[in-house]
Design a protein around this ligand. Structure first.
Ligand code: ADP
Ligand code: GLC
Length: 474
């Protein structure tokens, strides 16, 4: 058995802002199913996570960082693969995961240094792993600790580390003045270590010091080694190219399948699509759109509102959709300026564009089910899960060919464009709207998408092979 301790800042259904949570919610169980792996997950215990039914497994787990001492409680919940919740109210009992009202919490460096240090204490006292699998910058310090201050601690000898990059756009870069509060060994603060142009970079620390690095699609693994997509870390990633691989995300069809989705108005399948029309009616109604929109093609968007997602391109074409005879519904939250711009656009194009600002899991499912097409014109996209969900819901994706979008959507199942511009997006949407008129071939396209299988087992097998090779190399 290979014991794998995953550490991440989001795990569905406990805490979620995007696809990272979906991955951590499904991958551990898939690992347990498909290989000799015993997984466990560690997550901060944020406000709102219910501890009902959870077992307190450690009353005062001592975590020392930068001369400060935090007493954390540790709770265990979850089914076959345990989820450990790190309970440290001064750091995590707050309204947001990372910040509020569009601003990061000023002590995020300390919050996630403590979380990363706690990973070692859990490994020492509660769940002794063969591999620690870290996700994104929030856990990037763990590999650095194991190569630095704790490198000679016999407790940790032989433990291998994997860092999965879900999004290079978030690097956890903080001023050098916080260095004493990070728990990093000062000898690791140099350009070939955790230093990034005079600042501390948690993601760079993870990239430099982990034994293996993965990212969430094959194309993104290549792209991040180029200046265009490397966001300043392409050189660091090229230096570690031998340790870097792409493993495409899977999706959890237990949660995302119109045959048994409790959030949608009516179940349906490729064999019986009748329920999809009911889902469209229900969706239009919940956005206050009239029955006249039922006959028109309905485009859906569910997204974090950030420059990554091509939100500005959607805004640019929104005004023209009425003339094309289409309706667009958008669910999103994030950047306050983009939130305002979308609300403004909805007022300007009432009847053709309806916008809901906020985070609403049920509505996300209803948009996947009730729309005819799903727009994802991302500037970059490490993997993207929403477009894969769309396939299963018979909602034809319109995507920009970048990262995982290009790896998951082909001409047979969706519509693709390359140039990052509103004109290219509009041309692609027009092509899709034209194709929509031919109902027979459109339905055939929907069914090809619905038949695609991106279940986790294949992706999990990729991680199992990686863990096995790391453990063999000890
Ligand atoms: P990313 O992780 O970059 O946000 P993904 O496509 O991988 O993109 O995953 C997005 C996940 O987050 C999907 O499960 C999607 O339904 C969900 N999501 C994004 N924005 C919202 C929102 N405003 N409300 C509800 N769910 C959302
Ligand atoms: C990130 C990426 C997204 C990916 C998700 C899960 O948030 O933006 O493309 O699907 O992580 O790996």
């Amino acid at each position: 058995m290979i014991r794998v301790l995953m550490a991440a800042s989001e795990v569905a259904p406990y805490a979620k802002s995007g696809g990272l949570a979906d991955v951590l919610g499904a991958l551990p169980a898939a690992l347990g199913r498909c290989g000799p792996v015993e997984p466990a997950v560690l997550l901060p215990c944020y406000r709102g996570i219910s501890l009902e039914g959870a077992e307190r497994v450690y009353h005062a787990l001592p975590v020392w960082v930068g001369g400060f001492h935090y007493d954390c409680a540790l709770w265990r919940t979850g089914g076959d693969s345990p989820v450990y919740l790190l309970d440290c109210p001064p750091l995590f009992d707050r309204p947001g995961l990372y910040g509020e009202n569009g601003a990061d919490y000023p002590d995020n460096h300390a919050r996630f240094a403590v979380f990363s240090r706690a990973v070692l204490e859990v490994a020492r006292r509660v769940f002794r792993p063969d591999v620690i699998h870290c996700h994104d910058w929030q856990t990037g310090l763990v590999p650095a600790y194991l190569r630095g201050r704790w490198g000679m601690d016999p407790t940790f000898l032989g433990i291998k580390t994997v860092l999965t990059i879900h999004n290079l756009g978030y690097q956890g870069v903080f001023p050098a003045s916080v260095l004493p509060q990070t728990g990093l060994d000062s000898v690791q603060y140099h350009p070939d270590g955790a230093e990034y142009w005079g600042q501390v970079s948690y993601l760079k620390a993870g990239i430099v010091y982990s034994d293996a690095i993965t990212t969430v699609s094959h194309s993104y693994a290549e792209e991040i080694q180029t200046p265009e997509y490397g966001l300043g870390l392409d050189g660091v990633l090229r230096n570690r190219r031998d340790a870097l691989t792409g493993i495409l995300n899977g999706v959890d069809y237990g949660t995302w399948d119109p045959r048994h989705d409790p959030s949608i108005a009516a179940p349906y399948s490729a064999g019986d699509l009748a329920g999809k029309a009911a889902c469209k009616r229900d969706l239009l109604r919940s956005f206050g759109l009239g029955a006249e929109a039922e006959k028109r093609p309905l485009l859906g968007v569910v997204t974090r509102l950030t420059p990554q997602k091509g939100s500005e391109l959607i805004l640019e074409i929104a005004g023209q959709l009425a003339a094309e005879g289409a309706t667009l519904v958008v669910l999103g939250s994030g950047d306050p300026d983009l939130e305002r711009d979308f609300q403004k656009a909805a007022r300007a194009s009432a009847g053709a564009l309806a916008v809901r600002i906020g985070y609403d899991d049920g509505l996300a499912h209803r948009i996947e089910a009730g729309s005819d097409m799903f727009l994802m014109p991302s500037r970059y996209e490490p993997c993207g899960l929403s477009q894969i969900y769309s396939l299963r819901y018979g909602t034809v994706p319109v995507v920009r060919v970048t990262g995982g979008l290009g790896d998951t959507i082909d001409e047979e199942t969706g519509f693709r464009f390359s140039e990052y511009s509103a004109a290219a997006l509009l041309a692609c949407v027009r092509e899709a709207l034209q194709a929509y008129r031919d109902r027979e071939s459109w339905t055939a396209r929907m069914k090809r998408g619905m038949a695609k299988d991106f279940s986790w087992d294949r992706s999990a097998a990729g991680y199992v092979r990686l863990y096995e090779s790391l453990v063999r190399s000890r």
